[in-house]
Ligand binder design. Structure first.
Ligand SMILES: Nc1ncnc2c1ncn2[C@@H]1O[C@H](COP(=O)(O)OP(=O)(O)OP(=O)(O)O)[C@@H](O)[C@H]1O
Length: 288
């Protein structure tokens, strides 16, 4: 499904000031996602520390980082689910926190631990979200059927979402994020719990979406997946961006996995040695 082209061309802020040389308007695109100095603490824990990130339109952008790095907290602030302590989040120039209707109309969101109206069937849920997003009734039916088919959910469309498996729940959440053909998709771990066949279907949907002008920002722990799917990436640790740019810039001649371990500090052999001491030695069969 192509992103909503009408709203894109209608956005007056997508045209910058006139060019002094030609008098013609510059077509400098606004970032699809612009995170400026985001901060969030939970008690004494600083989860996100002045995080800066820009994602330009047409990117398939991967956000990677170790557990507890602040990815979900960042994406929650970027999508209006969690209020930042400081900083701002702009979607194609619209501030998520001062102009939520405009910003939210432009994005589709798959949050962490999707909380859906699970007493509806998959098809009913899509109809509900479609209406909420003001999609015309006829389009809702057509889009719902296409999304259910593309995600392998047609046979389960009339089953209650509460009875869906984890992977099916992830897929119906993704369908909900797509139904209004947003211009930016923000997806927290979209491939988690999804089987390989469905995963291929999702990759194909995301590639097609980006090829038609959409932008995807997705978090993942799977480096190979990010490396094969994304064209740009940011490595986040301790609530800050350690590196961001095109995949090749960030990889710097290594695999993404190697570069990730270099940036965040590999813990691969911690079970063998720590300060020269063998740790977890009691787990080794020779010690039993
Ligand atoms: N609601 C909360 N209350 C208290 N602490 C929180 C809360 N949400 C997140 N944190 C803390 O903030 C930090 C960042 O968490 P976050 O979930 O954003 O990390 P993450 O990068 O998404 O991790 P993972 O890869 O494990 O999903 C962690 O230390 C976490 O314990």
């Amino acid at each position: 499904m192509a992103p909503n082209q009408d709203s894109r061309s209608a956005d007056p802020r997508s045209v910058a000031a006139g060019s002094p040389a030609t008098g013609a308007p510059d077509r400098q695109p606004l970032p699809a996602l612009d995170l400026r100095g985001l901060q969030k603490s939970f008690g004494a824990k600083q989860a996100v520390r002045g995080l800066q990130l820009q994602v330009m339109p047409g990117r398939l952008f991967g956000l990677v980082g170790p557990n507890g790095a602040g990815k979900t907290t960042t994406l929650s602030m970027a999508t209006g689910l969690l209020r930042p302590d400081a900083g701002s989040a702009l979607i194609l120039g619209h501030d998520v926190w001062t102009d939520p209707p405009a910003a939210k109309a432009l994005m589709g969101v798959l949050p962490d631990g999707v909380r859906l109206f699970d007493r509806l069937s998959g098809r009913e849920l899509l109809r509900y979200i479609g209406r909420l997003r003001q999609v015309p009734e006829d389009d809702i039916e057509i889009r719902s059927s296409e999304l259910l088919a593309a995600l392998g959910l047609t046979d389960d469309a009339d089953q209650l979402v509460v009875d869906y498996s984890a992977g099916m729940t992830k897929k119906i959440g993704l369908a909900c994020a797509l139904i209004h053909a947003p211009r930016l998709l923000i997806l927290d771990e979209p491939f988690e719990a999804v089987d390989p066949v469905s995963g291929e279907g999702i990759r194909s949907i995301l590639r097609g979406y980006v090829a038609s002008g959409g932008t995807v920002v997705m978090s993942s722990h799977v480096m190979e997946l990010v490396e094969n799917l994304c064209d740009s990436v940011a490595v986040v640790a301790a609530g800050q961006v350690l590196a961001a740019g095109s995949l090749d810039e960030v990889r710097a001649g290594m695999s993404l996995q190697q570069r990730f371990l270099q940036l965040v500090g590999g813990a691969g052999n911690v079970a063998v040695q720590q300060g020269g001491e063998e740790v977890l030695s009691w787990l080794r069969s020779s010690s039993v």
